[in-house]
Design a protein around this ligand. Sequence first.
Ligand code: DSN
Length: 409
Amino acid sequence: MSYFFGEDKEVENIVHSEISRLEEGLELIASENVASKNVMLAQGSPLTNKYAEGYPSKRYYGGCEEVDKVENLAIARAKSIFNCSYANVQPHSGSQANQAVYSALLEPGDTILSLSLSDGGHLSHGHFVTQVGKIFKISNYSLNEKTELIDFDKVKKVAFEVKPKLIICGYSNYSRKIDFSSFRDIADQVGAYLLGDIAHISGIVAAAKHPSPFPYCHIATTTTHKTLRGPRGGMILSSDRDISEKIDKAVFPGMQGGPLMHVIAAKAVAFGEAAKPSFKEYINQVLKNAKCLSRCLSENGLRIVSGGTDNHLFSCDLRNWKLTGKEAEALLGDAGITVNKNTIPNDPQSPFVTSGVRIGTPAVTTRGMREAEMKHISDFIVKVLKEKADPKKIKNEVLELCQKFPLYT
Ligand code: DSN
């Protein structure tokens, strides 16, 4: 695929090099995907020029008739695929969507209860290095040490101790289904709101291959670019009218200025794609591929956190193979395989080193890869990380595989 920037060869060259990197390598970062050409065309459209502070029919600028239509379309499609009565499609990112929820529902000093970052939670769920961690009191629940699954006894115990105003479920590095109903039981017992951060799994929810956060969560947030395969951005969903009004005010004017109307157009395109039967088939294959790849690696002696996966990702404990996450990320990078280091539960290493890598199948599945290719990918990983083969040699084999699955034609 060729992009022409006319005069700006410097930027054009970088974009072309990035396209080559994507074409010639295996993208296994669980939070990344490959947006369609139609998503990119909408995102690259002249709608980038429009200021539209406010909401459809209630803007602070003239000339919003057309962008009103596209925002309304994105909202209608989002409500339909997630089966809820409210969507705010303006958040620029998942973290900003979460911050808008906190600002709408909480007062400074209120307590948020979330999964610790090291067990698979997310920075924006209140890590102490973030603004959220400074403004609110943060308490964490952790995974069950034996099963590495959500331990509802632990969640309940800590919820009763700290009496949170908000409980967050939904994670960055958790490979099992989320039992929203059990979280809601606990939230009701302590009088807390329940937020489902479905950033990672929203595509799987849209395809009805993971239980919906509704009606259990008061509110759900998501990014639009992970399994949902849209443009980079965020979104907030709910079916509670009082909450929705507060969220709208929290997003604008509370936190953000002008919405990115070109990105909202691209979100509308992605939501349209997610409603098609072909998207269900895609998500089905993402799940099959994640199961297959984790099983192949496990058969080669790699420990998979919690023993496997029910979604698009899984977390690998590299200690059996005497490697840190940082080392594994670099070695696989040299072989043209992109992963990210990630802490595992009770990780003895720092978050910058880690004992694990997280692996996800959304992007390679978009390329058309299936179980047969997952077996090849497992072999590449085993050769590089376990058998200590020269990554540069494996890179040729990776390239051969990638050339059979062109990304941009
Ligand atoms: N960075 C995203 C992820 O990789 O899960 C979350 O923000």
